[in-house]
Write a protein that binds this ligand. Sequence first.
Ligand SMILES: NC(=O)c1ccc[n+]([C@@H]2O[C@H](COP(=O)([O-])OP(=O)(O)OC[C@H]3O[C@@H](n4cnc5c(N)ncnc54)[C@H](OP(=O)(O)O)[C@@H]3O)[C@@H](O)[C@H]2O)c1
Length: 360
Amino acid sequence: MRIFRKITTPSNYHHHQLRSYVSTCRAVVLPSFGGADKLQLRSDVPVPPLKPNHVLVRTRAVSVNPLDTRMRSGYGRSIFEPLLPLILGRDVSGEVAAVGESVRSVIVGQEVFGALHPTAVRGTYTDYAILSDDEVTPKPTSLSHVEASAIPFAALTAWRALKSTARISEGQRILIVGGGGAVGFAAIQIAVAAGCNVATTCGSQSVDRILAVGAEQAVDYVAEDVELAIKGKFDAVLDTIGVPETERMGINFLKRGGHYMTLQGEAASLTDRFGLAIGLPAATTFLLKRQIQYRYSHGIEYSWTFMRADIEGLIEIRKLCEAGKMKIPVDKTFPITQVKEAHEAKDNKLIPGKVVLELD
Ligand SMILES: NC(=O)c1ccc[n+]([C@@H]2O[C@H](COP(=O)([O-])OP(=O)(O)OC[C@H]3O[C@@H](n4cnc5c(N)ncnc54)[C@H](OP(=O)(O)O)[C@@H]3O)[C@@H](O)[C@H]2O)c1
C-alpha cells in the first residue's frame, strides 16, 4: 500500500486537518460473475481521486448483505457486466481518512458508518472505501465497528419503505413479513419506535428476539397458519420475502388505502433476462399494471421498494442506535482474508444471521 500526505492548502485551511491520500490499497475484487471462488483479495487496487463530496473511509468492518452474494452470482448483470471488475459490499464502519473539499458533515479521524447505493461499482470490501457525504454519518459510540456495520444498508431499506413510501405514523398497525432477517428486524424496530403496533412472521429461532424489541406478535410461519394466527387489518405490509403466496397474504391483510411493499421488485431480474432496452420498460409496464389492478381489486397501494442513500434517514437510524432502539445481531465475523469462506457460508445457508467481515 502506498500512502502520501499533503498539507491542506490555504483555501480549505479551516478544516484544520492533514489529508491523507492513498493511491492504492487492498480490496476484494470480482473480475467475473460466479461462485465464491471468483472473489480475489488484491493488494494493489487503485483508489480514485476524491470528488468534492467524497469521504474516504478507512474500513474496519463491512457486513455481508444478500445483495453482495446475489451481485457476485450475476444479479444485475445488465447494469454491472460492462463495469467489471467490481468491488462488492454496501455497508461500512471505520474512520474518516480524507474528505473532499465540500464535505462539512464529518472530519478526518472521526468514526463513521454508512452504506453505498445499491448500484455503486466500487464497494466497501476494501481497506479504503469511498462514499458520498450523504452516505455516511458519525458512528454511534455505543456500538463497535462490527455491530455498526451490520445496520445501515438493512435499516435504510426498511426506512425507505416505512417512512418514505408508507409514511407510517403513531398508532398504525404494521405487518412485517419475514421479521427475522436484517431488513425485517430493522423494520420492526423502526415501526415500534414510531409508535406503531407491529406483527410479524419469522422462523421459530427469531420469535423471542422480535418480541423483546417490542413487536406485539411474532408468528412462526413454519409451525403456525399465519392467516389464522394474525387478526385484523393493517395500514402497511412490508414483505421481505416477496414470493406469490406472501404477496397474496400481505395484500389480503391490508385496510383500504394501505401500502403493500415488496423488497423483491423485478426490475433487475427482468433487465437481466431481456436486457436494459427491453427489460426496463417491461418492468415499468408490469409494475404499473399490478398497481392499477390492486387499486381496483383491493383499494391498496402496491410498490417495489429499494434501498436508497438518505442522509436524514441515516441520522435518524443513528439516533435510534444511540437510544438503544436499533440493533442487528451479528452471527459471525470473518477476517477479510476469508471472504470466500464467508460467502460460501451464506450461499450454503450455514449461518442464518448477519455475517461481518473485519479489516484490521
Ligand atoms: N429491494 C432492496 O433494495 C433490498 C434491500 C435489502 C434487501 N433486499 C432483499 O430482501 C431480502 C431480505 O434481506 P435481509 O438483508 O433482511 O436478508 P437476511 O438477513 O438474510 O434475512 C432473510 C430472512 O428471511 C427469513 N425468511 C425466509 N423465508 C421466510 C418466510 N417464508 N417467511 C418469513 N420469513 C422468512 C429468514 O428468517 P427466519 O430465520 O426467521 O426464517 C431469513 O433470516 C433479501 O432477499 C434481499 O435480497 C432487498
